[in-house]
Design a protein around this ligand. Structure first.
Ligand SMILES: Nc1nc2c(ncn2[C@@H]2O[C@H](COP(=O)(O)OP(=O)(O)OP(=O)(O)O)[C@@H](O)[C@H]2O)c(=O)[nH]1
Ligand SMILES: O=C([O-])CC(=O)C(=O)O
Ligand SMILES: [Mn+2]
Length: 609
């Protein structure tokens, strides 16, 4: 397929204009075929950018090491360039769109010299479904093309749906490393220095311009840029929700199923919860999505969610047959690995894979690495944000409904984060608006999923959307309240819960085993949705009674009491922090309901002191 063959009225000229600016050697259209995927992979291997993995161990798979400066999303270089700074809000970086476009046009000029310009027509959501959104990404990265082919639906079918005048979100991407005549990358991961990286969103014109990074959320523009930042703006305007959420299906021993969505910040357990293998007999969990949910009301008044993605871009470290069997199988073939370590027999390895490093490895920097278990200071062989890209269809726990264009009816929404103290294992909101309050105050320890942030320190990450909301977060809170108000039948609204799998003991050990054992909490959530859960009112919300959740192995009754107690002083410190450092940022954009919930929480805690 050639650019000349494109029948869409604006698309061809748009591509040619960008090619004129960026001056690539050639233009290639991604048709989504297996043959083209294989050809690109073969070219990447021949160019030394990646290595083929052992076909006996991981058929159809390859491994990349990125540049050490290009290992995660770059929040400091991510912009919401609304015409008006206030529309971007206090939590987003802002540059005037005219100024930003001028700067970036300067960077794009000649940036694809010596490279190929790939055109990626992609659909977020099943191709042709009324809820799906089409984007077209222009990129000079073959890594991006093959990853997008797994993460989204790419190719000729999308162009068909687009027709001659269909709408698409235009997405520009370049790694920002033009090649001089005859120069090659020599197998090195191409990218630009940090101060030249820009991940830009123009919400009014629904455009995405990315420059300088080849990594994940910075470069696979269907994911965070389109399906969250741009989609959140569309969702706000059209009355639906675009969220950083997993979607799972849970079935009780009686054969009754419910769907649960959950928002946890990056690297805080969405993939793991979505693919959980329950430790409680008779219960079953299946996967609909692990990172993004779009939710709209169905004609029956229930909120329905779809997973707009087609693959998983999952955190590798910590993933093992024990912790996440379904992810291990998903990534057992036809997968792309980024910044994992390589074994002598060409398989990947990472910290927490479930077995010791077999012999001498090549670490993600490309250096020899031998495990020294006695040495706590040893640098990890895989980057903490190393990732696998795997087709969702390969997941053994994938739910039969995962591609249903209608979506799945959501009964419960979970919010959560990494909190060593204060936040209990689970509590439930009194109603929708109280749930919005809980979502708005979520705090979490920072993980390695974003660069230039201090790992381990707590920051507020409301709804796990802090890095992904494409507009003023105060208005986003109001939007959630409005969505609740729009319910035709309040009793059909999902129940909202706040969970925390990450409590620690004073000596730094996990207080809760997590992973499969989280099914015990899901069971209580399931029962709470049916009104049969054993629960008690507390100053922070509705909680399980001491005997409502069966103890997992290794958790004592005393541990459970701690996991399910209200730490009044700790919560008063939360209130204080929200009142002083969090809510004031939003000025008059903060819904009154939320400050009123904060006052009520404080009063209840003081009464309990
Ligand atoms: N202790 C503990 N760790 C967990 C649990 N669930 C996940 N983790 C660890 O948290 C890390 C990230 O988990 P993921 O499930 O990949 O996170 P995610 O929310 O999908 O992350 P993004 O893809 O960045 O949005 C991995 O190292 C997991 O092993 C849990 O229940 N308990
Ligand atoms: O976007 C990425 O690079 C990976 C991801 O899911 C996140 O950071 O939340
Ligand atoms: Mn994510």
């Amino acid at each position: 397929m050639n650019v000349a063959d494109l029948t869409h009225s604006g698309l061809k000229q748009w591509i040619l204009d960008f090619a004129e600016l960026t001056t690539p050697e050639e233009i290639v259209i991604a048709d989504g075929s297996a043959a083209q995927y294989d050809e690109l992979v073969a070219q990447q291997i021949a160019g030394g950018y990646c290595v083929p993995l052992n076909p006996e161990k991981r058929p159809g798979s390859i491994a990349y090491n990125s540049d050490p400066s290009d290992v995660a999303r770059v929040e400091n270089r991510t912009y919401i360039a609304a015409q008006n700074k206030e529309a971007a809000g206090p939590t987003n970086n802002w540059i005037d769109p005219v100024v930003l476009k001028e700067t970036m046009t300067g960077l794009y000029r000649g940036c694809m010299k010596g490279r190929t310009l790939y055109v990626i027509p992609f659909s977020m959501g099943p191709v042709g479904s009324p809820i799906a959104k089409i984007g077209v990404e222009l990129t000079d990265s073959a890594y991006v093309v093959i990853n997008m082919m797994i993460m989204t639906r790419v190719g000729a079918k999308v162009l068909e749906v687009l027709g001659t005048d269909g709408e698409y979100v235009p997405c520009y991407h370049s790694v920002g490393k033009p090649l001089a005549g005859g120069e090659s990358d020599n197998g090195q991961w191409p990218c630009a220095p940090i101060e030249q990286k820009y991940i830009s969103h123009f919400p009014e014109t629904r455009e995405i311009w990315s420059y300088g990074s080849g990594y994940g959320g910075n470069a696979l523009l269907g994911k965070k840029c389109l399906a969250l930042r741009i989609a959140s703006v569309l969702a706000h305007d059209e009355g639906w929700l675009a969220e950083h959420m997993l979607i799972l299906k849970i079935t009780s021993p009686e054969g009754k199923s419910k769907f649960v969505a959950g928002a946890f910040p990056s690297a805080c357990g969405k993939t793991n919860l979505a693919m959980l293998v329950p430790t409680i007999p008779g219960w079953k969990v299946e996967t609909v999505g692990d990172d993004i949910a779009w939710m709209k009301y169905g004609s029956d008044g229930q909120l329905y969610a779809i997973n707009p993605e087609a693959g998983f871009f999952g955190v590798a470290p910590g993933t093992s047959n024990d912790s996440n069997y379904n992810a291990m199988v998903s990534a057992s073939k036809n997968s792309i690995f980024t910044n994992c370590a390589l074994t002598e027999d060409n398989d990947v390895w990472w910290e927490g894979i479930g077995y010791d490093a077999p012999g001498k490895l090549i670490d993600w920097h490309g250096n020899e690495w031998v495990q020294d278990k006695g040495n706590k200071e040893q640098k990890p062989a895989a980057h903490p944000n190393a990732r696998f890209t795997a087709p969702a269809a390969q997941c053994p726990s994938i739910a039969s409904e995962w591609e249903d264009p209608k979506g799945v009816p959501i009964s419960a929404i979970l919010f959560g984060g990494r909190r060593a103290h204060t936040v209990p294992l689970v509590h439930q909101s009194y109603d929708w608006n109280h749930g919005v309050f809980l979502g708005s105050i979520v705090g979490s320890e920072i993980t390695a999923a974003a660069l230039d942030l201090k790992v381990g320190t707590i920051r507020r990450d409301p709804f796990a959307m802090l890095p992904f909301c494409g507009y003023n977060m105060g208005d986003y809170f109001q939007h959630w309240i409005n969505v609740g108000k729009a319910a035709t039948d309040e009793s059909k609204l999902p129940k909202i819960f706040y969970v925390n799998w990450f409590r620690k003991t004073e000596d730094g050990k996990w207080l809760w085993p997590g992973f499969g054992e989280n099914s015990r909490v899901l069971k209580w959530v399931f029962e709470a949705c049916d009104g049969t859960a054993k629960s008690v009112d507390t100053p922070i919300g509705i909680m399980p009674t001491a005997d409502a959740i069966d103890l997992p192995e290794g958790v004592s009754e005393e541990d459970m009491r701690e996991l399910l107690s209200v730490d009044v002083d700790g919560w008063l410190r939360e209130v204080e922090d929200v009142r002083t450092n969090h809510y004031p940022k939003f000025g008059d954009h903060l819904p009154k309901e939320l400050s009123s919930f904060l006052d009520q929480l404080e009063a209840k805690l003081k009464a309990a002191q």
